[in-house]
Design a protein around this ligand. Structure first.
Ligand code: PLP
Length: 385
């Protein structure tokens, strides 16, 4: 169903509808421009001040809450999926294939989006050699994926490293084609040139949000986690082309900065953007012990930020990015003094369930409530049994 955005947005009737896409005025020279998108995210996401402890004088950190872009579909992936799913439907797909780590937020969001659009979903999930032949369980993202009926195919990290994500998705694609299915493959993290439009659009959203504040607000910097590169490609290109003009700092949680400069360049070239990735984004290593592996310090940091600001960061992406970012502020306070920074919280809360054993028992206080034996009963609301 195609609906008129203007009227239906106000009454919330445009969710899950397909709409014609018009790019921001500053992005009309990019090529190709998607023709349609599906409204999948709860957008715009809020922006608010984030009172991080120990900021230098006059440094302001604001938070863009892309973790609030939905519930099952939460996080940054929903913005890419708006374009990717429209393409899948336009191409007549009857199922989606994608691939990622065992707690991939992208795979979970894709599984939900696929089911919303009445498509089947096949997920190739990477796990350790010792777990690859066992039921992967229902922790975190896996619970959502399995509840919505995604077909989970496990592979080991070694197989993934040896064969690569493209060949692995191709194997499954061939198999499904032979069975008469019409599969559509979404690459790791939804990070191709089409998915990049999700964060080009996010920049337009930020631009429009900034125009609504009565006192002038302009961000000097945008800080965000980077995992497969699509988010930073869209953000940095959009920020460069639009009136936002903030410097984008990408904290890479896997691979290395050079790999991402090259990968982002490929995404930009795929849009005929004619810009050099090295001129529009600053990429910093935030990998720490390795992808999805946390130090106690990182997890304690997530706990402290939650307890002081109420914002829960995920352990794999924004938690690591914010940890490295705040360390950099502590080590180089002059660099950040007086700056207005927008940190993009890209979601991933479900990944935290995979870390509960590592998060020590000091999380929150509990005790048995003290009740004196002689307290008399009083009738009231809440008769639960
Ligand atoms: C929660 C979350 N944040 C950030 C990222 C990184 O985004 P990108 O893959 O576009 O670099 C991902 C996925 O990789 C993610 O799941």
């Amino acid at each position: 169903m195609e609906v008129n955005t203007g009227t239906n947005k106000a009454v919330g009737l445009d969710f899950l509808t397909k709409k014609p896409y018009n790019p921001p005025s500053w992005a009309t020279h990019l090529n190709p421009i998607p023709s349609d998108y599906f409204s999948l995210g709860h957008l715009p996401t809020p922006i608010h001040k984030w009172n991080l402890p120990n900021l230098p004088n006059n440094t302001e950190v604001w938070l863009k809450r892309d973790d609030l872009s939905g519930m099952q579909l939460s996080g940054n992936k929903v913005r890419k999926l708006e374009f990717l799913m429209a393409d899948a439907v336009a191409k007549g797909a009857d199922c989606i294939i994608t691939i990622g780590g065992i707690q991939s937020n992208h795979c979970r969001a894709t599984a939900v989006a696929a089911k919303y659009l009445n498509l089947d979903c096949y997920l190739i999930l990477r796990t350790s050699k010792v777990l690859v032949d066992h039921d992967p369980g229902l922790t975190g993202n896996l619970l959502v994926e399995r509840l919505v009926g995604a077909h989970v195919e496990l592979i080991s990290k070694e197989e993934y490293a040896k064969i690569g994500s493209v060949a692995l998705t191709n194997i499954l694609k061939e198999k499904l084609l032979n069975e008469g299915r019409r599969p559509y493959v979404i690459p790791v993290g939804g990070s191709n040139s089409l998915g990049t439009w999700g964060y080009i659009e996010a920049i337009q959203e930020i631009e429009q949000q900034l125009q609504t504040v009565p006192e002038k607000l302009k961000f000097d910097d945008i800080v965000v986690a980077c995992g497969s590169g699509g988010t930073i490609a869209g953000l940095s290109l959009g920020s460069w082309l639009s009136s936002v003009k903030a410097k984008v700092h990408a904290f890479a949680v896997c691979d290395d900065p050079n790999y991402f400069f090259d990968y982002v360049q490929g995404l930009l070239d795929g849009l005929d953007a004619r810009v050099d990735s090295r001129n529009i984004v600053n990429i910093i290593n935030a990998k720490g012990l390795g992808y999805a592996i946390n130090t106690t310090e990182e997890l304690n940091f997530i706990k402290e930020i939650a307890a002081t600001t109420g914002v829960i960061l995920d352990p794999v992406y924004s938690g690591k990015a914010a940890y490295r970012f705040t360390n950099d502020i502590a080590e180089n306070p002059k660099k950040w003094e007086g700056r207005k920074v927008l940190f993009i919280h890209t979601g991933g809360l479900l990944g935290l369930y995979d870390k509960v054993q590592q998060i020590d028992s000091s999380v929150g206080n509990w005790k048995r409530m003290e009740i004196h034996e002689s307290v008399p009963r009083k009738e009231g609301i809440g008769k639960m049994f």
